[in-house]
Ligand binder design. Structure first.
Ligand code: P6P
Length: 339
């Protein structure tokens, strides 16, 4: 794919995709259609999130999901919306969602779809009722299995390096879609009055330095020595770093992507693999981070070098500016392995 052409003010997501993909050999339009389907799901979820309090969409369903987490009403809506947006366009053959225990095979008449999508339909949903920023995270693989046949687990239990695109939608003061592909990372802001995403953050690059560190210090008593030492160092006055923790991965990541800094959710003596999921949280955001000049590790190895062994694998996560992530990783990799 060619280097990012310059885009004029008011470029829509559709125009960006067409201009970018025009230079891609063998482009069939399937990928553009897939991103447009994700954008549609984002518009629908954004509208519902913004009116949740008026529509009785606060609170839980009384169910727990495969993660053992209480399912919020908006979790169900977001998951259903995302699955429906992807299922009937012929571009997707399988979807792996945080909210579904197994993979969702796209309907039999559409097995020809060439893409596999991993998704956290609504990340941070425990923040919904307090109107804090939440988001949708997605990753896109090209299937390995024969087009026209049923997809299989080999299409998704694979290395993060196989991702062809990834991104997220953040539902905050505005709704922004951040999309990472070979040619870089770009942000598109939704104008709800016209229902269109417009290019607002071209060529996002993670700033150097560490103006912000983001970690839940309530877990400090369970941290390994390397994490404790890193957080001590980053809090030294000379570093001029501020602590910010929203408790919504998409919001904490997006702020650090734009302003610089590091987010950590390490493994600890209670959860050796931490809390966050590899396939539909860490992989996609690590792809975005690396395409923006940043980095992401599990405290030892690059997130994208890992191979997913189960659909809901958890992983420790250190993500943000390259130098600060490398500094944290150099300390954490000396820790004894947690079992
Ligand atoms: P804690 C939200 O529930 C989430 O999955 C991520 O969005 C967020 O980064 C993390 O959990 C917060 O977890 O344990 O700090 O509340």
């Amino acid at each position: 794919m060619s280097a990012t052409p310059q885009f004029e003010e008011g470029t829509t997501l559709d125009r960006y995709l067409i201009q970018t993909m025009r230079s891609s050999p063998g482009a069939t339009g399937n990928f553009i259609d897939l991103i447009q389907s994700i954008a549609l799901a984002g518009k629908l979820i954004s509208s519902r999130v913004n009116r949740a309090g008026l529509l009785g969409m606060f609170g839980g369903t009384g169910e727990t999901n495969v993660q053992g987490e209480f399912v919020q009403k908006l979790d169900v809506y977001a998951n259903t919306t995302f699955l429906r947006a992807l299922e009937h366009r012929g571009h997707t053959c399988m979807i792996v969602s945080e909210e579904n225990e197994g993979p969702v095979q796209v309907g039999s008449e559409w097995h020809s779809g060439r893409y596999v999508v991993t998704v956290d339909p609504l990340d941070g949903s425990s923040n919904i009722d307090v109107n804090a920023t939440i988001g949708t995270i997605f990753g896109i693989f090209r299937r390995k299995s024969e087009e026209g046949s049923a997809a299989d687990l080999g299409d998704v239990l694979r290395s993060g390096r196989d991702l062809v695109a990834a991104g997220y939608l953040i539902y905050g003061s505005g709704t922004v879609m951040v999309l990472a592909m070979d040619n870089g990372v770009h942000g598109f802001t939704l104008d709800p009055q016209v229902g269109e995403f417009f290019l607002s953050h071209p060529n996002i690059r993670v700033p150097d330095g560490c103006p912000i560190f983001s970690v839940n210090e309530a877990n400090a008593s369970r941290w390994q020595p390397g994490v404790t030492e890193f957080v001590r160092r980053v809090k030294e006055p000379v570093r001029k770093s501020s602590g910010r923790y929203i408790g919504s991965l998409v919001a904490d990541f997006h702020r650090n992507l734009l302003k610089g800094g590091v987010f950590l959710y390490p493994g600890d003596t209670r959860n050796a693999r931490g809390k966050l999921r590899l396939l539909y949280e860490a992989f996609p955001l690590a792809f975005v981070a690396e395409k923006a000049g940043g980095y992401a590790t599990d405290g030892r190895v690059a997130i994208l070098d890992k191979v997913a062994e189960t659909l809901h694998d958890r992983t420790p996560l250190v993500i943000g500016g390259k130098a600060i992530v490398e500094e944290a990783t150099s300390l954490m990799s000396a820790d004894p392995k947690l079992t």
